[in-house]
Design a protein around this ligand. Structure first.
Ligand code: ATP
Length: 263
């Protein structure tokens, strides 16, 4: 049976100030696939994924989401079906400062902030469940401004799930999370993605964040995807040692890889 395409980058390039930041990216994500995107600092991961919510436009190539081509379809309709959390959204996050946890999570229903018409009892039930799922209940009386960076990150991820998006993109969700919060978030995401056919794109620098429900891995280097495929094929000592240009040892435990550098 042919898989349904959800997100496709076809020969995408991005040039800025005379520099080629993306150099012909080809990558397709199908229904049911949960991808991790790895890559060195500055390889172009955030630039590439930021094209989905239109933080940047491709210089050339074709971007398709739900089989609709960017530039040939009203993109607001697409954006409302995509959950996106990235630290590149600082200016938006500042607008949340004086809202409560529940207000922020529930605002994810319309991907807006400060609009609360058309909310139903069911919405509050969903928001409260997400607050529970992401272990945020202890923050219910405070505002976003008073949350730590890691707590803000988890609040935004809970918000992104509020409208049950068809595609979720999480750009370094575990950045600034302590060890226990990281493991809790990974477990929550694993529980969610083990049970759904909805696709995920998860950007990280840490091999051990490749939780069991992740099915595929792509690796970016200098503006290109240099490896992509099922995680068991891509997460190998040979490939990682080549990409990071050092000797890497891997250990798989309960379908999760752990890595260390051999000096
Ligand atoms: N709008 C822009 N103008 C100029 N340069 C840019 C712009 N956006 C990104 N870059 C440059 O493009 C390159 C890729 O950046 P990007 O943030 O996409 O990398 P990344 O793989 O997400 O990195 P990291 O792992 O550090 O988050 C970097 O060298 C960055 O400085």
């Amino acid at each position: 049976m042919e898989k349904r395409e959800v997100l496709a980058f076809d020969n995408i390039t991005f040039r800025r100030d005379g520099r080629e930041i993306l150099r012909g990216v080809d990558w397709t994500i199908n229904e049911g696939e949960k991808w991790v995107l790895l890559g060195l600092n500055g390889s172009g991961k955030s630039t590439l994924l930021g094209m989905v919510p239109v933080f940047t436009h491709p210089t050339s190539g074709e971007l398709r989401v739900f089989k609709k081509t960017f530039g040939k379809y009203p993109w607001e309709k697409i954006k409302s079906k995509v959950g996106f959390v990235s630290s590149t959204m600082y200016s938006f996050y500042n607008t949340l400062n004086y809202y409560s946890l529940e207000e922020i999570v529930i605002s994810g229903k319309y991907s807006t902030i400060g609009i609360y018409q058309d909310l139903e009892t069911e919405d509050y039930i969903i928001a409260r469940q997400l607050i529970k799922d992401f272990n945020l209940e202890y923050l219910k009386d405070g505002t976003f401004l008073n949350q730590s960076q890691g707590e803000q990150r988890r609040t935004l991820i809970a918000r992104a799930f509020m409208n049950n998006p068809e595609l979720m993109i999480l750009d370094e969700p575990c950045a600034s999370l302590d060890l226990k919060s990281r493991e809790y978030l990974l477990k929550t995401l694993n529980d969610k993605y083990e049970k759904t056919n909805k696709p995920l794109v998860y950007v990280t620098h840490s091999i051990e964040e490749i939780f069991p429900a992740i099915s595929h891995v792509a690796i970016m280097e200098s503006g290109k995807i240099i490896y992509k495929g099922r995680k068991e094929e891509i997460i190998s000592e040979d490939i990682l040692s080549e990409v990071y240009n050092c000797k890497i040892k891997l250990n798989w435990e309960n379908n999760r890889p752990w890595s260390r550098i051999i000096w």
